[in-house]
Design a protein around this ligand. Structure first.
Ligand code: ACO
Length: 417
């Protein structure tokens, strides 16, 4: 007689119905230990694409979630459609039973079959997604800049034709959108913000404030219109002697030209009654690094930002542009997406690229997450070689691939989705 207990049936993975959305988001609240207020729920629901919002069902219980968002993101070479992966959660009662792994495999298979070459995400924890073939494609810096000692270097640009307008953020929305749309194509990782994303950027309820004052906005402009904006909040504070000691927290700051950019930074650094600026998520090549006379005043720290997954090597590699000519055979290891595994010849120059199956011997052997890490142009591959992650078969091939894939402007998404 068989005395083994019945094995637990495997969860069913399928897209949710719109009527299941409340249960779907409750899994996220439970997994994150968060309470999403009504405004945040409405914004989330407004961007949800039900046909690509997966649920894992244990019987009729919804126990896991993974969403996909249709974005237009700037890649090296220009804006392209990509999938933004979000709302990846498993109920605490069901964790470490392989449910995330099933959701990831199903999502990647759906993307492959739907012809979507690239997926990107922000990772709640950096250890989660490498095993699913995502590579750390962008980094961000955070700055804690004291007001005293934040003087600009003499070369900082100054345009007397520019002026600042203090405005309520919601009233400036059209100007902010115009500035952002002008800047977006200039940096890999920036993605088009639809109405619900702008609602999130401009959200000013208790949940968005997180103990800070209301959202503030300054627009830099001239007679021809807006050239930049800064969105920020003041975290009020006083010393034990009641001396004002507030902190400016920068949420979003873009300029279409160097003078507008410098003026906006000068504004947030010079706010009266504040003694420091905290900028949480900035690109690693932020021009502020070169504007300060004393760059150590940045007090910078470093974090991972966007993670990228090459869903389909044959489609993804010609999907972006290259900085230099390269002709290299890559041997890709991809246990999660077996359609990628094996040898591909990447031939590219600054006018275009092809990437096709080949029987030729490999020049470089690499795991697919390294292609993801390099995909937005922000990684030199030599470090992966030194770390033993990549193997070079033909001398010089890694350097050639690295030079072709790197992009002058460092990648950065700037807004968590
Ligand atoms: C894009 C985004 O949405 S990011 C948001 C991610 N979600 C969260 O952080 C919410 C809280 N956490 C959770 O919901 C869950 O713990 C998840 C989604 C992170 C993991 O789900 P699980 O179903 O437990 O993962 P699963 O059982 O498939 O684990 C697969 C492997 O990843 C590992 N793993 C899973 N989560 C983590 C983690 N947070 N850190 C390190 N390793 C992890 C597991 O140990 C397992 O390793 P193994 O194959 O060597 O045994």
């Amino acid at each position: 007689m068989n005395t083994e207990p019945n094995p637990r049936p495997e969860p069913v993975i399928r897209p949710i119905q719109e009527s299941e959305w409340d249960r779907w988001i409750e899994v996220d609240e439970e997994a994150f230990g968060a309470d999403f207020g009504p405004a945040r729920r409405d914004r989330f629901k407004a961007v949800t694409e039900f046909e690509r919002s997966l649920g894992a069902f244990d019987g009729d219980r919804l126990v896991g979630t993974a969403g996909g968002l249709s974005f237009t993101m700037t890649l090296p070479g220009g804006p392209r459609p990509v999938c933004g992966v979000t709302a990846v959660c498993v109920l605490p009662s069901h964790r470490r039973q392989g449910i995330l792994s099933r959701l990831m495999r199903r999502q990647l298979t759906d993307l492959h079959e739907g012809g979507e070459p690239v997926a990107l995400l922000y990772a709640a924890e950096a250890a989660i997604y490498g095993r699913f073939g995502y590579g750390r494609a962008a980094d961000s810096l955070f700055f804690h800049i004291p007001r005293r000692g934040s003087e600009f270097a003499p070369h900082a640009p100054n345009d007397p034709g520019l002026r600042l307008r203090v405005v309520r953020p919601a009233e400036a929305r059209a100007d902010l959108e115009k500035v952002f749309e002008a800047v977006m194509p200039s940096r890999p990782g920036l993605y088009a913000r639809g109405p619900a994303m702008w609602d999130a950027v401009l959200a000013d309820d208790e949940e968005a404030r997180r103990g800070r004052n209301s959202l503030r906005c300054v627009v830099a402009e001239d007679d021809a219109g807006p050239r930049g904006y800064a969105l920020f909040r003041i975290k009020p504070s006083f010393t034990e002697h009641d001396v004002p000691d507030g902190e400016v927290q920068v949420d979003d700051l873009f300029g279409v030209d160097p003078a507008a950019y410098a003026l906006l930074w000068r504004h947030v650094l010079d706010r009266d009654l504040c003694s420091r600026v905290f900028a949480r998520n900035r690109p690693v090549d932020d021009p502020i690094i070169h504007l300060l006379a004393e760059p150590r005043a940045l007090n910078a720290g470093w974090l991972d930002e966007l993670w990228a997954r090459v869903v389909d090597v044959g489609r993804a590699m010609p999907y972006r542009a290259y900085s230099a000519p390269v002709d290299v055979v890559i041997d890709v290891a991809d246990p999660v997406c077996p359609w990628n595994a094996g040898r591909w010849r990447l031939s590219a120059d600054t006018t275009g690229a092809t990437c096709e199956r080949t029987g030729d011997p490999a020049d470089v052997e690499l795991p697919v997450d390294v292609l993801g890490a390099a995909y937005l142009g922000g990684r030199a591959l030599g470090a992966f070689l030194s770390a033993g992650v990549v193997r070079e078969v033909r001398p010089g091939a890694v350097r050639a691939l690295s030079a072709a894939m790197q992009w002058e402007t460092r990648p950065w998404g700037g807004l968590i989705f």
